[in-house]
Design a protein around this ligand. Structure first.
Ligand code: ATP
Ligand code: MG
Length: 442
């Protein structure tokens, strides 16, 4: 197995003091799959104080000391964890006590899945007590030990199983799957932050579309807003899928980036709440607004950051705008949401179109490309889209004798709007003349 030099050195230092040490978990799994590891975890029989002693010439962060983890700053941060047994879980999340052990086998038994329980050291090679290597070969997620027991100890593992299925494109072994479905309600005991982190990784997996469809009942536990979407027929010539299936297909059609994946996941949550029907079929007038409110509510509940929540809900709000393919409309869009967001919106529109009725896809994609082309062109012209680029400011208006109150802001915004629309030139004289006119209108 490939190990970076600083990990070999970490293991060597521990070995030289007479301790066992192995790379373990995600890095071994990823390496066996021919992928680069995110980070390297090292496990050892040295106790936390002994680890600190071995690395006294290095910077050690010992926040995790109680749980047996010390972070050592080698070339990069390395988490070194003492072999441990987690005993008794009363609340489906945190072990009541942690005991250290001298046995690597016991440490691997506390780990979640067989594919995450393989250890490796340059001296001993792979140590695979739970047949994780064969599960990697067969692309299977299987708990270490009895699935129901393991999910009852820590229900986050339910979501981690689905996360690994999504990210790695693996199947879930039968009894593991059965336990996921039986014990899904235990996710109610898990903190919002932990759920958000795992679920976001799940959404960004290459197999997310499949996992979301197959296991929607699990996600409904923490996002009950999904329930009305499942099987909700759209009865409309633009659509061939029900609302939830369309959601999953559109999510699979956008790049694996958290904001974009969350936007696709939530963009049509409002649809079941505003369905109407006439002779032309089903309609969802105003669904963008309801969806955007639902997006805000869901992300707040899951304790996503404010900036993440704002970005997702804003993009959801705009996802259904019909923008004519003219420079003026694209200029207005850039004015309203900014150029970077406009670019994201086009990606969203494209993914949305790819999940609609096949008849009109080509035409829709062409329109989006045209909008994109116009946006790139306008952006390259370095035009004025912001008050700070307007060739007049609040002080100029005060100097003209305007009162120091709200009118100043109103006039500046109106001037900017007209400049964006190109009905007014961004030149001082023209701006002043127009400001004096506006003073009497606004
Ligand atoms: P990633 O590529 O996301 O880092 P990972 O497998 O390294 O994947 P981590 O969350 O970093 O996942 O956890 C490191 C290791 O700790 C896992 O491989 C697994 O052995 C163990 N582990 C993590 N979370 C749990 C859990 N909730 N229950 C049991 N073992 C866990
Ligand atoms: Mg990891």
């Amino acid at each position: 197995m490939f190990l970076p030099d600083y990990i070999r050195k970490t293991i060597d230092i521990l070995n030289s003091k007479g301790y066992k040490a192995y790379a373990v978990g995600g890095c071994v799994r990823d390496s066996l799959m021919g992928k680069d590891a995110n980070d390297y975890d090292v496990t050892t029989n040295a106790l936390p104080v002994e680890i600190a002693e071995c690395f006294k010439d290095h910077t050690c962060l010992d926040f995790g000391m109680k749980h047996g983890t010390i972070t050592v700053i080698m070339e990069e941060k390395v988490e070194i964890t003492t072999f441990r047994i987690d005993s008794e879980y009363k609340d489906n999340r945190h072990p009541d006590s942690v005991s250290f052990t001298d046995s690597l086998f016991e440490d691997t038994c506390r780990r979640d899945f067989t594919i995450n329980a393989i250890a490796y050291s340059p001296k001993e090679g792979y140590i695979d007590h739970h047949n994780g290597i064969s599960d990697i070969k067969n692309k299977v997620i299987r708990t270490v030990g009895d699935a129901e027991e393991r999910f009852s100890e820590d229900a986050l593992r339910i979501l981690r199983a689905l996360r690994f299925a999504s990210v790695l494109g693996f199947d879930i072994e039968e009894s593991t799957e059965k336990a996921i479905r039986t014990l899904k309600h235990l996710l109610n005991n898990i903190s919002a932050e932990r759920i958000f982190t795992e679920f976001t990784k799940l959404l960004c997996g290459k197999n997310a579309k499949y996992v979301l469809e197959e296991f929607h009942e699990v996600f409904e536990v923490f996002i009950p807003e999904l329930v009305p979407m499942i099987g909700f027929e759209q009865n409309n010539p633009h659509h061939i899928y029900d609302v939830y299936k369309h959601t999953c297909v559109s999510l699979g059609a956008i790049e694996a980036e958290p904001i974009l994946r969350w936007v696709m996941f939530l963009h049509d949550t409002g649809k079941p709440h505003c369905y109407t029907e006439d002779e032309k079929g089903g309609h969802f007038y105003g669904h963008y607004k309801i969806s955007s409110d639902i997006a805000k509510k869901v992300l707040k509940r899951l304790k996503a950051s404010n900036s993440f929540t704002d970005e997702v809900s804003t993009l959801v709000y705009h996802h259904d705008s019909v923008i004519p393919t003219t420079e003026k409309s694209v200029r207005r869009l850039i004015f309203k949401i900014g150029y970077p967001r406009a670019r994201l919106l086009f990606k969203i529109n494209r993914a949305d179109a790819l999940a609609q009725a096949p008849g009109q896809i080509e035409q829709r994609l062409e329109r989006i490309s045209e909008l994109e082309r116009l946006a790139v062109k306008i952006n390259g012209q370095n035009e004025c889209f912001h008050l700070n680029k307007l060739k007049i400011n609040g002080n100029d208006l005060l100097a003209l004798g305007l009162p120091r109150n709200k009118i100043i802001g109103k006039i500046l915004n109106k001037l900017l709007e007209e400049v964006v629309d190109k009905s007014l030139e961004n030149e001082r004289e023209a701006l002043i003349k127009r400001a004096l006119e506006l003073k009497d209108i606004l």
